[in-house]
Design a protein around this ligand. Structure first.
Ligand code: NAP
Length: 337
């Protein structure tokens, strides 16, 4: 994929990516490798997002025109006890970054959000226009991510209303990419399942939480495509086509690993579906995590995006095909054989 608009950016101002060492951050590193625009990837040690002065210092130093914020407080269970920390990273930091992009850089902000902003108010896939919440039914993580979305939208609206956002060439712009069930280079559900399937003949996996598994690599590519295509500001649901339960994902992952020649103790038929009530969870997870991707597809077709839109199954199979040997060598899969 080539990114023509990026070549039009001011090359004296790098793209700054927060969250270098996360799953999406790592995928972005690969995706941005061949771009002819300088890019700075920042980890926690380079910029602690709980520190306003650290954020301001980094923005002053690099003066980026484009910021991709892949950093977040993502420990869903711990967030209940570390609420202030979750809000500092997931809401306050994005607000500061959004104010800078809207008022100073007049550039582009890409920020990631989550299905956890919804609390089972629908039986079908959520649209971007569906009202998030209700707040009291969201986890602390979900509340902090929703507060982050709202802070970004407000920062851009305020800049626009006050005339600070000198609009030209569709800038400044924000893209809030809500996604779900992400897997990439990092600890995730698929890795855990394969590790368990290598050790246990039978697994019990929840089958009444439904969502869309999303490849971090694909999400990174879509992020670049959306920046490059001048897609207008707003929230977008960025997930592949299809849906499944955690049980469905586990079965497909095991099937795909076996198809690659892996010898696992648990066969697909030994993955037993169980309801959420039988699985102890510290924090309530949404039953319905489905995000409707129609808005994104329409936006992409309006910019003549011609690549085939993916199905989640194909992405999971490709991920396992590419990574199962690495998992093996790390002693993660097949370690008992
Ligand atoms: N994973 C999912 O299933 C999922 C689903 C829906 C939405 N999302 C969203 O997608 C985005 C990326 O998620 P991910 O899966 O890539 O998350 P991740 O793997 O947990 O990575 C998050 C990154 O944020 C960094 N970070 C945390 N606190 C920080 C701080 N105080 N200062 C600077 N950096 C800090 C972490 O740094 P360290 O490496 O130092 O810890 C980590 O590298 C997030 O916005 C998340 O909410 C994820």
């Amino acid at each position: 994929m080539s990114y023509s608009s990026f070549e039009l950016l001011d090359h004296s101002r790098p793209i700054v990516v927060f969250g270098r060492d996360g799953q999406v951050g790592r995928a972005l590193q690969i995706c941005l490798k061949d771009l002819k625009v300088p890019t700075v990837f920042l980890g926690r040690a380079d910029c602690d997002l709980t520190s306003e002065s650290s954020i301001v210092e980094v923005l002053n130093r690099y003066q980026p025109q484009v910021i991709i914020n892949a950093a977040a407080y993502t420990a869903v269970d711990k967030a209940e006890a570390e609420r202030d920390l979750a809000f500092a990273i997931n809401a306050k930091a994005p607000e500061l970054i959004a104010r800078y992009i809207a008022n100073v850089a007049h550039g582009i902000l890409v920020h990631y959000s989550t299905d956890y902003v919804f609390a089972d108010t629908s039986q079908t896939a959520y649209l971007e226009t569906d009202i998030a919440g209700p707040l009291e039914q969201l986890s602390a993580y979900g509340q902090s991510k929703l507060a982050g979305e709202q802070a970004i939208e407000e920062a851009f609206n305020l800049a626009h209303d006050s005339g600070n956002a000198k609009c030209q060439d569709g800038l400044p712009r924000y893209l809030i990419l809500r996604t779900s069930w992400v897997y990439g280079d990092g600890e995730n559900f698929i890795q855990k399942i394969l590790r368990l399937a290598a050790k246990h003949a039978q697994l019990e996996i929840v089958n009444d939480q439904i969502g869309v598994p999303t490849s971090a690599d694909w999400l990174a590519k879509m992020s670049m495509q959306m920046i490059d295509s001048n897609i207008e500001s707003g929230i977008y649901h960025v997930v592949p086509d299809g849906e499944t339960s955690w049980h469905g994902l586990a079965v497909l992952a095991i099937e795909a690993a076996i198809a690659q020649g892996e010898c696992l103790d648990a066969k697909p038929e030994n993955v037993i579906p169980i309801p959420t009530v039988e699985y102890s969870m510290k924090v309530r997870r949404p039953y319905n995590s489905r995000l409707n991707n129609t808005k994104l597809k329409k936006a992409l077709s309006s910019v003549s995006f011609t690549e085939k839109y993916p199905e989640w199954q194909d992405q999971v199979r490709a991920y396992i095909k590419e990574n199962v040997v690495k998992f093996l060598s790390m002693g993660m899969v097949g370690e008992s054989h």
